[in-house]
Design a protein. Structure first.
Length: 143
């Protein structure tokens, strides 16, 4: 029973990663080689229903901390674009977070919440033009 569950988990995870990765050949056949070719420059990828150049997808990140600089783990960070599409992640054990797939050149609302902390500024309106790992939220203990 345990072997079957592990096998199903591994296959499901592999299938999920393959679906997320998409077709690396961008729909083109590769002749004379087992290796896929990189997508053509200027080819577009569908992302949240939009056609986006893969070079315009950048990561953003930062930290969630107390006023004393101690990281707050398991805080929920939401990133909402102007069309209402939401990406979310949780902060790691030292309070750091990363959202790896953000379309550059657009406005977003970046917000944080945690059941045990309150934040003076729980949301920020940001414009993403390049990779940025400097976003910071400071929360105090909610007694």
């Amino acid at each position: 029973m345990r072997v079957r569950l592990v096998t199903i988990f591994v296959l499901t995870t592999f299938f999920s990663l393959a679906v997320l990765a998409g077709d690396p050949t961008d729909g083109r056949s590769v002749k004379g080689s087992d290796k896929p070719t990189a997508p053509r420059k200027g080819s577009l990828t569908r992302y949240f229903g939009k056609r986006v150049d893969p070079q315009n997808i950048v990561p953003i990140g930062g930290s969630v901390k107390t006023p004393f600089g101690v990281g707050i783990s398991n805080a929920t960070i939401n990133l909402m674009d102007m069309d209402g599409n939401i990406q979310f992640t949780t902060s790691a054990s030292f309070g750091y977070f990363v959202l790896p797939n953000v379309i550059a050149g657009e406005m977003y609302v970046l917000s944080v919440r945690h059941p045990r902390y309150i934040f003076a500024f729980p949301a920020q309106v940001i414009e993403v033009n390049k990779p940025n790992m400097d976003f910071e939220f400071v929360g105090e203990r909610n007694f």
